[in-house]
Design a protein around this ligand. Structure first.
Ligand SMILES: Nc1ncnc2c1ncn2[C@@H]1O[C@H](COP(=O)(O)OP(=O)(O)OP(=O)(O)O)[C@@H](O)[C@H]1O
Ligand SMILES: [Mg+2]
Length: 401
């Protein structure tokens, strides 16, 4: 389908940058350099940024280039996790990659870890919870549904033994481990996140390990106010702004080159001005930008009339694509008024919406809930302040409201 643009596949894939795509990483040079140095010593680093701006990719680019042993699989943290679940998952992830090192399977520490992982896996199976197979993430529910079969201290000792068996050439950290999804108010309620972080705090001090804790904007502040015990062991904070538009263009160009048909020069299905507009409407979210680009490509896939999609065509197409969702918002309702305001103004606080529309905040919050459920807007709560903004595709289609 993409061959009409001389592309082998969709260049707007939204997987985070990983070991195989490190060449695609653009920008943030200084931050990555500093962060690589920090994780080579035993450390805890907090990485935060707006949704979809590339926090997971940043962590990956840091640790894959840091000459540390680091799990290839993503460790995304979920509701219900505690220190036990964390260590089980880290052991599985670390061991999985160590087994690829020639001769490693013979090491005493690896053999012991392997036995522990098998015991963890059996528990998961007997609980009737699915595991993604050996090397996959241990189910998020294990620790809450089952008392840990392997005691915490045994897990810690095993991880410690692995770090000692594979010492780093320089620095003090053998392993760099990244935990994604530490999102207050999104993945976790604030109370859940603070009890999880309190619970894992001592495990993060395990000799031989560096930790990248990755979450949305507000994580560092949250840690300062709600988990001071963790704050006291954090060595470095990274706040990632969205990439500039120039950098986004470089990201897309790299992807076009990487996805080009052999011997051909790929063409961009999305006109530069349109790309700029989508990026702006998304508030700098690469994830949201790429999802819209993919949608647009799919929408015109069968129509030979389109060479590259322009801004005007895209707005029309997006209005058609979101027509059904928008139709659910009856004209004259508060939901409609909120959506129209956000379509015109972009990001607005709940308080400002209440003032502009002459309603109280409870009414706004209730109406916004419906819009959130219909996936028409985003909500972002930081501390006490609640902000809303339209989803980028709705903002682009807003002319038709
Ligand atoms: N610096 C970068 N250079 C090139 N591509 C990037 C960069 N950062 C992110 N990307 C790309 O942008 C998309 C989103 O990145 P990523 O998943 O890292 O964002 P995120 O902030 O973790 O998103 P979420 O908030 O949804 O977890 C992916 O397709 C990724 O490959
Ligand atoms: Mg992420």
């Amino acid at each position: 389908m993409f061959s009409r643009w001389n592309l082998v596949r969709n260049p707007f894939d939204t997987s985070p940058i990983s070991l195989g795509t490190l060449d695609w990483f653009v920008g943030r040079t200084k931050e990555v350099e500093v962060c690589r140095r920090v994780v080579s010593e035993r450390s805890v680093v907090l990485v935060e940024g707006g949704l979809g701006v590339g926090t997971t990719s940043f962590g990956n680019a840091t640790r894959f280039g840091a000459e540390r042993l680091t799990p290839r699989m993503e460790i995304a943290v979920y509701r219900g996790w505690n220190a036990q679940t964390l260590l089980e998952n880290v052991l599985v992830a670390v061991l999985h990659d160590l087994l690829d090192i020639p001769g490693a399977a013979r090491s005493k520490a690896v053999r012991k870890a392997r036995t522990l992982v098998q015991r963890v896996e059996q528990t998961v199976h007997s609980a009737g919870v699915s595991v993604l197979g050996f090397g996959g993430q241990v189910s998020r529910n294990v620790a809450v549904t089952q008392p840990g079969i392997v005691p915490m201290e045994t897990l810690r000792q095993s991880l410690l033994a692995l770090a000692e068996a594979f010492p780093p050439k320089q620095g003090s950290a053998s392993f760099a481990v990244q935990l994604n999804n530490l999102d207050p108010e999104l993945t976790f309620s604030e109370d859940e996140l603070s009890s999880f972080l309190n619970d894992i705090r001592d495990s993060l001090q395990l000799p031989g390990f560096s930790w990248l804790l990755v979450g949305k904007t507000g994580l560092a502040r949250f840690v300062t106010h709600r988990v001071p015990r963790l704050r006291s062991i954090v060595s470095h904070d990274v706040l990632l702004p969205p990439l500039s538009f120039r950098e986004v263009q470089a990201v897309v160009n790299k992807r076009l080159d990487a996805c080009a048909l052999p011997g051909r020069k790929a063409r961009n299905p999305i006109e530069p001005r349109l790309l700029a507009r989508i990026h702006e409407a998304s508030g700098g979210s690469l994830r949201e930008t790429f999802i819209i680009c993919s949608k647009l490509c799919l929408a015109i896939a069968g129509d030979p009339m389109y060479e590259a999609i322009t801004e005007a065509e895209a707005c029309k197409l997006l209005a058609e694509l979101s027509a059904a969702r928008l139709a659910g918002v009856g004209k004259g309702t508060l939901r409609y008024a909120i959506l129209k305001t956000l379509g015109e103004a972009g990001e607005v606080t709940q308080k400002q919406l209440a003032e502009r529309l002459g309603k109280n905040q409870t009414a706004i919050s209730r109406a916004a809930k419906g819009l959130l459920e219909s996936e028409l807007i985003h909500r972002n709560k930081q501390g006490r302040e609640v902000k809303y903004r339209p989803m980028a595709e709705i903002s682009l289609a807003a002319g038709s409201l």
